[in-house]
Design a protein around this ligand. Sequence first.
Ligand code: B1M
Length: 210
Amino acid sequence: EELVEQMMDDLYDGLKDEILEGVNILLERGWTPYRVLTESLVAGMTIVGRDFRDGILFVPEVLLAANAMKGGMGVLRPLLVETDAPRMGKMVIGTVKGDIHDIGKNLVGMMMEGAGFEVVDLGINNPVEKYLDALVAEKADILGMSALLTTTMPYMKTVIDTMKAQGIRDDYIVLVGGAPLNEEFGRSIGADAYCRDAAVAVETAKEFIQ
Ligand code: B1M
């Protein structure tokens, strides 16, 4: 698809208006919001990530790409969260302390809402107290934590260990995700599950909530 190729270039170049236009055109062509999301925006960001890693792109360019991606997600959001699915449960989600990456977390939040979950988004850079206060105040069923850095992912263990120390670990389903994690890491820190992507997060949450 030519337009999708173009959109990947536009995302790479951080062209938000062009991304908004592309998203709308794909929707008009009958693409599902999820397909637009994964095949144009997420795929485009993967290329940005590769060139960021290889030192071809730098933080300012990646910020622009992230901003363009968020613009596109803004168009898709109402479509993804619109649902007549029965109410499933409540999730508190946030990116861990020291980490400001939020695109993946936002995406998980949207997909969870679309599946009928209520989502409380704590944003980025969350210390353990923020998670625990929100879980209690919101009477949540699920804690979702996101980390994109190898240096911040260990903080997930800090949160789970604090929950254990307070005797509340088993009151919640704890799901973790983010690019540098894997199943083994999830197990080792005592999470209930590692979720590879937003779709897996939804499926996993549904399994646990039943
Ligand atoms: Co950053 N960054 N970044 N960055 N950045 C990465 C993560 C990196 C892998 C890039 C690279 O080198 N290849 C690298 C980490 C290396 C490492 O730790 N091993 C990196 C680095 C080094 C950094 C800085 C340190 C750079 C610097 O300053 N020198 C810095 C750190 C800032 C900080 O957090 N303290 C930094 C900054 C930034 C920007 C601000 C420029 C920007 C973030 C903008 C924003 O989020 N608002 C940014 C971006 C955009 C990236 C990449 C390119 C893309 C991340 C992204 O949005 N992906 C990223 C490269 C990469 O990941 N390959 C990179 C798209 C998103 C849809 O995928 O987030 O993986 P993802 O989410 C997926 C799944 O992981 C999963 O579902 C999502 C949807 O399918 N998932 C969950 C995620 N969270 C979940 C939670 C769940 C369940 C599933 O809970 C239940």
